[in-house]
Design a protein around this ligand. Structure first.
Ligand code: SF4
Length: 297
């Protein structure tokens, strides 16, 4: 196993964004409508909290990723724009509240995610599961995808979440093992792999999904090794996207991968046996998530 002694990330000299990284200005009727729905419902989305570059496009298609358990995380991933610190109380009414909004939006595919709540006895696993169950009760035909934290690898937490009407259990590896310390302090590479493996052990029919951000100094060999590790534990779906620095206080971009490299990695991933792969500069975990699942049936 690679020596994971202290690794620092050398920033690329600040330079103009490459031509293929163009921010898209959000707008349009559906975008405005969804924005109002979310404002009035006081629901958090990872789209806004993490400053996702696809928000304009996704919201104009009526797709948003709801973030559960508040907007303060107990972890300190150095690429993530979500607020960090001591979270507030868990809103026990949130599961029903989210289900009401999702059902009002008549979504046929709904992606959920959450901050990490190391402060809670079950790290929020029961709260997440009750949200999935509440949505399913109101909208049985809505396919549900949940991007979970690592639950510190606790099998009972994973079991509680997958033993629900969930279609896709996602957990992002985010980067390669050598870069875990600077990028995902508080996370452990093997533990994250185990979380995805546990999901399949508890429910063979569930689809599992993971994602990597590229451009943080990883080599192509390391990316391919991580893809092979994911396939070895039966992971079905993979997303590969370009890391974009959400703010100057977060990790700098080391390299912007050209679209051709994403295409090549995408081909490699399919050859490794992933049921579907989304690979491109703007790809994010929940980007066109419904299309990926449709590709597997
Ligand atoms: S655990 Fe998730 S929400 Fe929390 S800091 Fe890391 S990436 Fe952000």
């Amino acid at each position: 196993m690679m020596d994971r002694a202290l690794v620092t990330i050398e920033p690329a000299p600040r330079r103009r964004l490459p031509d293929w990284i163009r921010q898209r200005v959000p707008g349009g009727k559906r975008y405005a409508h969804l924005k109002n729905v979310l404002r009035e419902s006081k629901l958090h989305t990872v789209c806004e909290e993490a400053k996702c570059p696809n928000m304009g496009e996704c919201w104009s298609h009526g797709a948003a990723t709801f973030m559960l358990m508040g907007d303060v995380c107990t972890r300190r991933c150095s690429f993530c724009a979500v607020d960090k610190g001591r979270p507030g109380h868990l809103d026990a009414a949130e599961p029903e509240h989210v289900a009401t909004i999702v059902s009002a939006m008549q979504l046929d595919y709904c992606v959920l995610t959450s901050v990490t709540r190391d402060d809670l006895p079950d790290q929020g696993a029961d709260h997440i599961a009750r949200t999935i169950e509440a949505i399913h009760q109101r909208l049985p035909l809505c396919k549900l995808e949940m991007l979970i934290p690592d639950f510190r690898g606790e099998a009972a937490c994973v079991e509680r979440v997958v033993n629900t009407p969930l279609a896709v259990l996602a957990h992002n590896m985010e980067t390669v093992p050598r870069l875990y310390k600077p990028v995902r302090p508080g996370a452990v590479y093997e533990r994250s792999l185990r979380v995805l493996e546990l999901a399949k052990e508890f429910r063979r029919d569930i689809l599992t999904k993971s994602g990597l951000m590229l451009g943080l100094g990883e080599t192509m060999e390391e990316v391919i090794e991580t893809m092979a590790d994911l396939r070895a534990i039966g992971c079905d779906l993979l997303t590969l996207g370009q890391y974009l620095q959400p703010s100057a206080r977060l990790l700098p971009v080391v390299r912007y991968l050209p679209p051709a490299e994403f295409d090549e990695l995408g081909r490699f991933a399919r050859a490794l046996g992933f049921a579907d792969v989304a690979s491109g500069p703007f790809v994010r975990s929940s980007y066109h998530a419904d299309a990926m699942v449709k590709a597997t049936v």
